[in-house]
Design a protein around this ligand. Structure first.
Ligand code: PMP
Length: 364
């Protein structure tokens, strides 16, 4: 057995079945790309007869299902995305896993999926990351992305909530999410499409939200933009969020971000940024902001910075915003000072270089 596969990790509840040969020797962890490479193992658990059962860690491999799998037809499928970081002393730090678990269960409830127990979730996560710890990249900026996924596994094609489910956690060594790295991204609003309406499922992480965003995102890319800046579904004037990020603006020294009122995903990075800003005595307004107000602020010179926040990119400065052909051009070449400070603080905490005053880190 190769040195990096530890066979002595066993827990009382989780059956651990390690791979015979790790795939790691063939992998360049310095250039992992994003989300196309997966570590040796995954966690897997089934729901049937009214309870979650058979928690196990198994080799990351193909699954076999019937073509009538309900999740494929009607999208009863939810997921999470978090990261683990390697510190200089070799400790592996997972960022805010309890918060991700909380959001996972919120998504479960919205999609009629049975919730996952927190203790079991944490044990699964810890056991999995420990087993595949050598897959956590050393290079700063790289990390092990952790993808929990829950989906309906009934095999019929009637539209109803499933009676059986599968819960998986897979992990993937990753580098920068955007090819721009920490350089500014370009956003455009969409006049034809919306992401989510009041009463929909925009505030949870369900597969269908992302499926429906692909076409508008593709159109934005064809026009030279990185992602869509979503506006509200009803009046089409309030700024909501970006494809996989929440959005922040610094205007007249105040930090402004749209409120969580049901249509926006409550980002864990968003929450962390708000806490840090308040600690630094920066005024934070979680309030509605129209695209027109943003253009006015830009015209007056009071729009200081714009940036997105999300697990994948952490802080992503926005360099350009296009709305119906008009453009706001921020700094296209570099990150603003406040976004940079947030980036340094957050990544500092994640890589164990800045004190974790908020108990955000779960060390493995
Ligand atoms: N909005 C959407 C639609 C997302 O997919 C994500 C990524 N999970 C975010 C915002 C940011 O959330 P977080 O900071 O928890 O990654």
């Amino acid at each position: 057995m190769p040195a990096n596969v530890t066979s002595d990790i066993q827990t009382d509840v989780i059956n651990v079945n390690p791979v015979e040969h790790s795939r790691l020797p063939g992998v360049d962890l310095n250039n992992p790309g994003f989300g196309r490479l997966f570590a040796d193992h995954m966690f897997s658990m089934e729901y049937k007869d009214g309870q979650w059962q058979n928690p196990a860690i198994v080799p990351f491999d193909k699954l076999e299902f019937m073509p009538s799998l309900t999740a494929l037809h009607y999208g009863q499928s939810i997921f999470e995305g978090m990261k683990a970081f390697r510190t200089d002393d070799g400790t592996i730090n997972i960022f805010r896993p309890e918060k991700h678990h909380e959001r996972l269960n919120k998504s479960c409830r919205r999609l009629c999926i049975p919730e996952i127990d927190q203790d079991l979730f944490m044990e699964a996560l810890q056991t999995l990351v420990k087993l595949d710890r050598d897959w956590v990249p050393e290079k700063k900026g790289n990390a092990l992305y952790i993808r929990p996924l829950v989906f309906g596994t009934d095999t019929h094609i009637s539209v109803s909530e499933a009676e059986t489910y599968r819960f998986l956690i897979m992990t993937s060594p990753v580098g920068a999410y955007y090819k721009e790295g920490i350089n500014p991204v370009r956003l455009m609003t969409s006049s034809n499409y919306v992401r989510s309406a009041q009463g929909g499922a925009g505030n949870v992480k369900t597969a269908g939200n992302y499926a429906a965003s692909l076409l508008p995102a593709k159109k934005a890319k064809e026009q030279g933009f990185t992602q869509v800046l979503w506006l509200d579904a009803k009046e089409h004037k309030y700024i909501e969020e970006v494809g996989t990020m929440n959005i922040f603006f610094k205007i007249d020294d105040r930090l402004i971000t749209p409120p969580l009122e049901g249509t926006i995903l409550g980002g864990i990075t968003r929450d962390s940024v708000i806490q840090l800003a308040l600690e630094w005595d920066v005024d934070v307004d979680e309030r509605h902001i129209t695209i027109d107000e943003l253009f006015e602020a830009s015209g007056k010179g009071s729009l200081q910075e714009a940036f997105g926040t999300g697990t994948a990119a952490v802080i992503s400065p926005v360099g350009r915003i296009n709305h119906n052909g008009s453009e706001i051009i921020l700094d296209e070449n570099q990150i603003g000072p406040f976004a940079q400070r947030l980036y340094n603080e957050l990544t500092g905490i994640q890589y164990g270089e800045v004190e974790d005053r908020h108990n955000w880190i779960y060390s493995v």
